[in-house]
Design a protein around this ligand. Structure first.
Ligand code: PGA
Length: 236
C-alpha cells in the first residue's frame, strides 16, 4: 500500500483547518494510506478513521518536565501513530542534530509510534558529488543507535523542498535503491522509502511511476484538499 503523507507544517488558521478537515472527511481515499500531519495545536481536530494521524515533532526528553514540549504519551492519547523526525527545516533552523533524532526516536518508540526519518542532501553537497556519502552518514549515525522497528525513511533533497524543483525520476529511483540497500545490508531491515520535495498534483503523474518508491511526503501542495484528492487519484 502506497503512502501519501501530508505535512501541513506551521500553516493554516483554526478556521482554515476546520474547513480542511471537513473537506477531507468527504474525500474518497481509495487504496492509498493517507497520513495527515497537522500542527500540534490542531491534532485533536483530526479524529476521522479515514486517515491516520501524525505529528510533525516530538520531545527528545522523556522523563524531564519541560515547558512547551510534547511527549509520546500525549501524542498517543490523541491517536497519533506517526512522527516526523529529522526534517531538514528542523536540522537547519532549530539546529537539531543526530543525538536529538536518536532521543526522539527512542522516546516515540516507547509508545509504539512509527517514525518517518527524513534525510537529504543540500544543493552544495549534491554539486560536490557527495549525495550518497551524506545520506549514508545520516542513516548510519542515527540508525546505529536506535531499535530498528517501524521506521520509514523520507528522502527529501533539501534543494527540492518548497522550491518547485525535483530530481529526475531516474535519480530518485537510484537513490531509493541506495537507501534500501544500505538499510537492508546493515540492519537486515526492509525499509519503506517516501520521496519528498515539491511533490504536486502535476508532477506526481510521473513520480508514481517510480517502482521502488513507497509513497510521498508532501508539504505545500497538501494544504489544499483538492490537491490531495488529485494526488490520491493518481496514486490509486
Ligand atoms: P514541499 O515540502 O512539498 O513544500 O516541498 C515537503 C516537506 O518539507 O516535507
Amino acid at each position: 500500500m502506497k503512502i501519501l503523507a501530508c505535512n501541513l507544517k506551521n500553516k493554516l488558521t483554526k478556521e482554515e483547518v476546520i474547513g480542511f478537515q471537513n473537506l477531507l472527511e468527504e474525500l474518497p481515499i481509495g487504496s492509498t494510506k493517507l497520513i495527515i500531519f497537522p500542527s500540534f495545536v490542531y491534532l485533536s481536530f483530526f479524529t476521522s478513521q479515514k486517515y491516520e494521524l501524525g505529528s510533525q515533532d516530538i520531545s527528545s526528553f522523556n522523563e524531564t518536565t519541560l515547558t512547551g514540549d510534547i511527549t509520546a504519551d500525549q501524542l498517543s492519547s490523541l491517536n497519533v501513530k506517526y512522527v516526523i523526525i529529522g526534517h531538514s527545516e528542523r536540522r537547519k533552523l532549530k539546529n537539531e542534530i543526530n543525538i536529538d533524532f536518536i532521543n526522539k526516536i527512542n522516546h516515540a518508540q516507547e509508545k509504539d509510534l512509527k517514525i518517518i526519518y527524513c534525510i537529504g542532501e543540500t544543493l552544495e553537497e549534491k554539486e560536490k558529488g557527495n549525495t550518497y556519502m551524506v545520506l549514508e552518514k545520516q542513516i548510519s549515525e542515527v540508525l546505529n543507535n536506535v531499535e530498528i522497528k517501524d521506521i520509514y525513511i523520507a528522502y527529501e533533497p533539501v534543494w527540492a523542498i518548497g522550491t518547485g524543483r525535483t530530481p529526475e525520476k531516474s535519480e530518485i529511483s537510484e537513490t531509493i535503491d541506495f537507501i534500501k540497500d544500505i538499510v537492508d545490508e546493515n540492519y537486515e531491515y526492509s525499509v519503506k522509502v517516501l520521496y519528498g520535495g515539491s511533490v504536486s498534483p502535476e508532477n506526481i503523474t510521473e513520480l508514481v511511476k517510480i517502482k521502488n518508491l513507497d509513497g510521498f511526503l508532501v508539504g505545500k501542495s497538501s494544504l489544499d484538499v483538492k490537491n490531495i484528492e488529485q494526488m490520491l487519484n493518481k496514486m490509486n
